[in-house]
Structure formats: C-alpha cells, structure tokens
Design a protein around this ligand. Structure first.
Ligand code: GLC
Length: 551
C-alpha cells in the first residue's frame, strides 16, 4: 500500500497514563480519566495521542517493563476501556499510537519465565551467556542499574539487561522473536491503532560475539548495540507489516545525529517515518541530563538547523521538547521567574518548524521541575540508581539531591495539574505520586479562561500551525545562527512567509528584521508581550516571542 503520510498533518499529545487523570479514584491515572479529557486534548488542537505503555507490567520501570503485550493493564481500565477511548478518539478525528517496547520485556513475562527453564521454543528468546569463574560475560554497563548482566540461579547463566535488572533484553536475532514482534504489531493494528512509538528501537541488534567495549568511559557497550549490525534489516521486516495498515512509526533513537538519521527515515529506505532524537535535549547537558552544562541557545539552534536542513525533502522530523524521560523544559531552557513569557516563547520556538510536533502532558500549562526535600521521595529507577551509586559518594547527600532536582525524570512524572483543588484535581483518592506543590498557581483551570495563559497560547499556536500549509510544507531558514540569545527563523512557501522571533534571555536584545522582511507590513499573529516596533525591529523583553505572517 502506498503510504498516505497522514502524520504530516498531525499534532500529537503525549500521555504518560499514570499521572494524567484518575477517573476511578484509586489514585492512579487511567483510561477512564483519558476518556473524560479527550475534549480537553481536542481543544488544544491535537489530532493525535501517543500513549506511554498501558500493558500489564510489574511497574519496575513504570510500564516499560511489559509482562503481556496483548492486553491493557486493569490498573488503567483494561481492554474494554481502551476500546472505548480508541473509538472516542477516532470519532473526534484523532489518531492513536501505542508504545512498542520490544528491546526488552519484564522478567515476569511468560517468555522469560519459560526461557529461564529452557522450555522450547522460548529457550533462546533472551540473551543468555555462561561465564567461568564468576566473571561477567563482558564489560557492558546497563543504563539504569550497574552492570548489564544478571545471574539467574534457575538457568545457571547470565542474562543481558541494558536497562533495569528486571528488564531482560530480547534476542532479536532469533527469527521467532521477530515473528512475535510482528504478531504484536498486527494485533494492535487490527484493533485499530494508527501506529507506534518504538522504544529504544536502535538498540535491538547487538554486535555478534558481544565484545568488550574499551572506548566508552561510561555506559560501556553502547557502541556495540546502538545502531547494531542488523538493525536496518529488522526494521524493514517490521515495516512490511506496518505498510499494510498505513501505520505511522516513530523510533526512539538516542545519540543519533541528523545525517545518520537518514539511514532510518529516508523515505526511499522505508524503515521508520521519524525518530525521536535526543540532541534537542542536550543544549544544557552533555549527552545525558546527569552531566549538566550551562544552557546554550546556540547549541540548541545548531541542532534545530541540522535536523531541519538534513531531513528536508528526504525524511520527516518529530518536533518535541518534553517527554517522560526528561525534566521540564521551562525549568531548563526557559525561566521559572518569567513563567508565562518563557512558556509561550518555547512553544513558538518549536511548533512552527517543519515536522510533527508532540506536546507532553503539562507542557501546555508550563509545568516546572519538582524538587523534593527527600531523596527517598523519588520513584524512578534511574534517579534512585544515580542518587545511590552513580553520583560521587564523596559528595554530601544535599548536593546529590540538588543534582537529581536538575536531572531526574520524575519532574515530568508528577500528576497533571488540573486545578487548585486538593491533589491538583488529579484524583479524588490518594495520588500514587507526589503532586508538585506549585499546583495552586500553575494549573489548567486557572489558565482555561485567561486569554494570556500559556495554555491559550498553545491553543492559538497549534491552530495557526494547522491552518497554514506553509508550516507543513514550506522551507526553513535560521536567520541568525550565531546569536546566543535570539532564535529567528522563517518558513516560506510561494508568496507566503512566517517569521518567528524568540528571545532565550532575560536581558533586552536589539532585534533587526532580516532583509526582505518589512515588519510594518506583516501581520503579528502571536506574541507574548504588547510592544511596538522600533524601526524595522524592536528591543526584546524577557523571553519575548513574536510570530509575523507575510503574503
Ligand atoms: C525508553 C523509555 C524510558 C524507559 C527506557 C527503557 O528510553 O522512554 O522511559 O525507561 O526506554 O524501556
């Protein structure tokens, strides 16, 4: 089937289910809650939803440890409620994509339990190795919990886990495992879902022989499994199923530059439709949130520019700032002091680029980082590990805690702030996780009817984006790549042009329109301050943004 590429007209809302909205009062977000909030998502202008995992799971990694791929966890309302949500979304013209987590399963998955016992055909579903004298099979590190190997007493072998100990890696080189993956894809596509976000998909093919890694100083092994030898064959194999259904696939691709991304997203190669790259979230850290550096607008713009230009006409971009794996963007690239202004500016800085935008729950009201007083309040397996083991033991606990404040994924996982009611209106019960205490100030209800809120800015920006074909199809130009404070980009299609001016700083900066743009003749369609022109430009206010339209 010739793909229709419907996702080019989509704006996705990303739901991390357990913290979105609790519809049955048990303290955990669920699909009853999602059902009630579909109108809210639609009013934001989104016509797509990505669900982080809803499958049954012991929850060691909040659902990214799947114990059954063909069901919905009763915690979220089970399969019947999922169908109701899916139908209701489709009635509203919204597409639904699921998280496909097949680099690993939970150790409680039936496959793993049988594999441990060498029960055919599951014996080689995972990556098992013997190793003499108590030595580990190789020197690889896991991303979450120490070394990447765990001894299994029952099978008397080690298994590989690139993430938590309870997340054994599947052996994708086993054709039966790939058949299972295709079966899972078909199962959900037959049910009516519209595509998949594929979890750490670039990790699924490991280098033959699983050699030691002597190059990486940390996370050893990465070079031997990220973009491994058979990754493209496997993705092509999966694509054959996906193409029968016109499905959208977006692969999570850590540590991937734009040029190499073409190996995955070049439309001629037909593997993934887009990737979620991590570079965009590296403008204030070195490769991981746990190695912080000062924020650099220039670095961020270089990333934007490289992805916009390299993929143009060949592949397709996903545009995002936030998801469940990173602290809140407003606290990182914006300013909590200039909350409303910087929240809106960040929206303008990415929503008009070329690609399919994703908005993560709470981003649209400018939710900020969560800073618990106690390290024990953290839930996330990665944060706990870093606090206990990775951040130098020589540092006092208060410093390590501050570090987690800056880097922890839990900042994105506190319950959605719906109102100033107890528990931010997220649940009538006892919330499964801490609510950010700023909820009385930052919440949906407060922003709903305020025309100057971040929420209403997002609504206007998304509506504008969907109304103007030039945002989907036009060319992209960064007009001032060297500026460390302003991001000035334009989009053009035929006689139409859009000029977006964003200040990433508090101090005033003199902005002059690029040549060919006469601001007095443009329509100022979006702004976060009232301000006049000063010649063919203006002096910016803190985190100011303006969007001009020219015909
Ligand atoms: C991806 C997910 C993350 C999860 C990890 C292991 O990076 O986004 O939340 O912990 O994979 O599945």
């Amino acid at each position: 089937m010739e793909p229709s590429r419907w996702y080019r007209d989509s704006v996705f809302y990303h739901i991390w289910p357990r913290s979105f909205f609790d519809g049955n009062g048990d303290g955990v977000g669920d699909l009853y809650g999602v059902y009630e909030k579909l109108d809210y998502i639609q009013a934001l202008g989104c016509n797509g939803v990505w669900f982080s995992p809803l499958y049954p799971s012991p929850g060691r990694d909040c659902g990214y440890d799947v114990s059954n791929y063909r069901d919905i966890d009763p915690l979220f309302g089970g399969m019947a409620q999922f169908r109701r949500v899916l139908d209701a979304a489709h009635e509203r013209g919204m597409r639904v994509i699921m998280d496909l987590v097949v680099n690993h399963t939970s150790d409680e998955h039936e496959w793993f339990q049988k594999s441990r016992r060498r029960i055919p055909p599951y014996t080689d579903y995972y990556i098992w190795r013997k190793s003499p004298f108590g030595r580990l099979p190789n020197n690889w590190d896991s991303q979450f919990e120490g070394k990447a190997w765990q001894w299994d007493e029952l099978r008397r072998e080690y298994y590989l886990h690139l993430f938590a100990v309870k997340q054994p890696d599947l052996n994708m080189d086993n054709p039966r495992v790939r058949e299972e993956v295709k079966g899972i894809l078909r199962f959900w596509l037959e049910l009516g879902v519209d595509g998949f976000r594929e979890d750490v998909i670039t990790f699924i093919s490991k280098k033959d022989g699983l050699p030691n890694d002597y190059f990486m100083p940390a996370t050893r092994g990465l070079g031997h499994y990220n973009h491994g030898p058979r990754i493209h064959d496997y993705l092509r194999e999966f694509r054959e199923v996906l193409d029968d259904y016109d499905a959208f696939t977006v692969g999570e691709a850590p540590l991937l530059g734009a040029r190499r991304a073409l190996d995955y997203v070049d439309e001629k190669r037909g593997q993934l439709n887009a990737v979620i790259q991590s570079e965009v979230m590296n403008a204030d850290c070195f490769l991981t949130d746990y190695v912080p550096t000062p924020f650099s607008a220039r670095r961020l713009k270089r990333v934007f520019d490289s992805w916009q230009r390299t993929l143009d006409g060949k592949g397709w971009n996903v545009l995002y700032y936030e998801n469940h794996d990173h602290p809140r963007v407003l606290s990182r690239y914006g300013s909590e002091k200039y909350h409303a202004a910087s929240g809106k500016m960040l929206a303008a800085s990415y929503l008009f680029q070329k690609g399919t935008p994703f908005i993560y729950q709470g981003q649209e009201i400018g939710m900020t980082n969560w800073r618990p007083k106690n390290a024990a309040d953290y839930e996330d397996v990665q944060t706990r590990w870093h606090y206990r083991n990775q951040l130098s033991f020589l540092l006092p606990p208060s410093v390590r805690l501050k570090w987690c404040h800056r880097a922890s994924r839990d900042s994105a996982r506190t319950p959605m702030q719906w109102s100033g009611a107890p528990n931010a209106g997220f649940t009538t019960g006892v919330p499964w996780f801490h609510v950010n205490e700023n909820y009385r100030r930052i919440n949906v209800a407060a922003q709903e009817n305020d025309p100057d809120s971040i929420l209403n800015f997002y609504r206007a920006a998304v509506a504008l984006r969907r109304r103007l074909p030039l945002v989907r199809d036009g060319s992209y130009t960064d007009h001032d790549p060297l500026s460390g404070s302003l991001y000035v980009y334009s989009r053009a299609l035929g006689a139409e042009r859009l000029l977006v001016v964003c200040s990433f700083v508090e101090r005033p900066v003199r902005f002059r329109a690029p040549s060919g743009f006469d601001l007095a003749r443009g329509a100022l369609l979006l702004k976060n301050y009232d301000g006049a022109l000063d010649g063919n430009g203006f002096v910016t206010k803190p985190y100011e943004c303006r969007v001009y339209y020219f015909t």
